[in-house]
Design a protein around this ligand. Structure first.
Ligand code: NDP
Length: 292
């Protein structure tokens, strides 16, 4: 089948975003402010360790400071909450990232609520999600922010467009639906109980698939000319990665589509850096001009 879709190159776009951020970090430096991100990692989950390593490396590359806090899976919840409280008060810390999922029996919700919403650069505190729903976003979750940037780069018309979001998680599905709505798209949110998913997808100008099931969205569901954003990261038996959308047949029908890997993934970290910079810029404008 001939490939029709423009491939939306998230790796390239993310590199451009990071280069722009590095310039702004240098500007902030002249005012004595260096963005700082605190990363809290609890336990030994190998995937979480890889995510944290990638995030701290990306921070270093654009000139941020990182404050690494690694705690054993056995840490008592009050101790973790006390650490977050200290980070909330630390003027050098512009953003706090608690790598999820937290090992049981820690209560992820309680830990999340402890983060100062003004430092919640992951955009997952209920205060930030609520602001987004009210149309007054402060920090927006990084993956949905990255998706909006990719749609913009692919020159996707949003106003009045029919958008279908598959998945309703707090980290991806709900915030991307809210952002698309804010951009005046007509949004349908689908989930595991949705009837007639192929029909709904088939009517969409924009499809955002955030399910976590390899190639569950079939290529022949895609409306010719649609823009397809594949958020899913699924590992095949041979160790390679694949998305939630059947790549070749969907790309043959779509106008533009993100690959997996190299689409949404790289944007997520770039947006985390962007949110942290935004927080630091606010510190620069309200705090003293020079430290020390
Ligand atoms: P969740 O597991 O939290 O949510 C999955 C959603 O998919 C749920 O809302 C679920 O519905 C829905 N779903 C499950 N089965 C079906 C089905 N058969 N038909 C329609 N909907 C279905 O996942 P996340 O949102 O956290 O992540 C989704 C995917 O995106 C994962 O592969 C994850 O790895 C990836 N991801 C990638 C990121 C990146 O940077 N590239 C960042 C974050 C996530 P219900 O609510 O009814 O259960």
């Amino acid at each position: 089948m001939p490939m029709a879709a423009e491939i939306i190159d998230g790796k390239l776009i993310a590199a451009r975003v990071r280069a722009g951020l590095a310039v702004r970090v240098a500007e902030l430096g002249t005012r004595g402010v260096r963005p700082g991100l605190a990363v809290v990692l609890v336990g030994d989950d190998p995937a979480s360790h890889i995510y944290v390593r990638n995030k701290t490396r990306a921070c270093a590359e654009v000139g941020f400071r990182t404050f690494d806090h690694r705690l054993p899976a056995t840490v008592a919840e009050p101790e973790l909450l006390a650490l977050i409280e200290r980070l909330n008060r630390d003027p050098e810390v512009d953003g706090i990232l608690v790598q999820l999922p937290l090992p049981a029996p820690l209560d992820g919700r309680r830990v999340l609520l402890a983060i100062d919403p003004d430092k919640d650069v992951d955009g997952i505190h209920p205060d930030n999600l609520g602001r987004l729903l009210m149309g007054q976003p402060r920090f927006v979750a990084c993956t949905p922010l990255g998706i909006m940037r990719l749609l913009d780069e692919a020159k996707t018309p949003l106003v009045g467009a029919d958008a279908v979001v598959i998945g309703r998680s707090n980290m991806v599905g709900k915030p991307i639906a809210a952002l698309l709505l804010l951009a005046d798209a007509t949004v349908t949110v689908c989930h595991s109980r949705t009837r007639d998913l192929p029909d709904r997808v088939g009517r969409a100008d924009i499809v955002v698939a955030a399910v976590g099931q390899a190639e569950m969205v079939k290529g022949d569901w895609i409306k010719p000319g649609a823009t397809v954003i594949d958020v899913g990261i699924n590992r095949r038996a041979d160790g390679t990665l694949t998305g939630d959308v059947e790549w070749a047949p969907a790309a043959a029908r779509a106008r533009a589509m993100t690959p997996v890997p190299g689409g949404v993934g790289p944007m997520t970290i770039a947006m985390l850096l962007g949110n942290t910079l935004m927080s630091a810029a606010r510190r620069a404008s309200s705090g003293p001009l020079l430290e020390g």
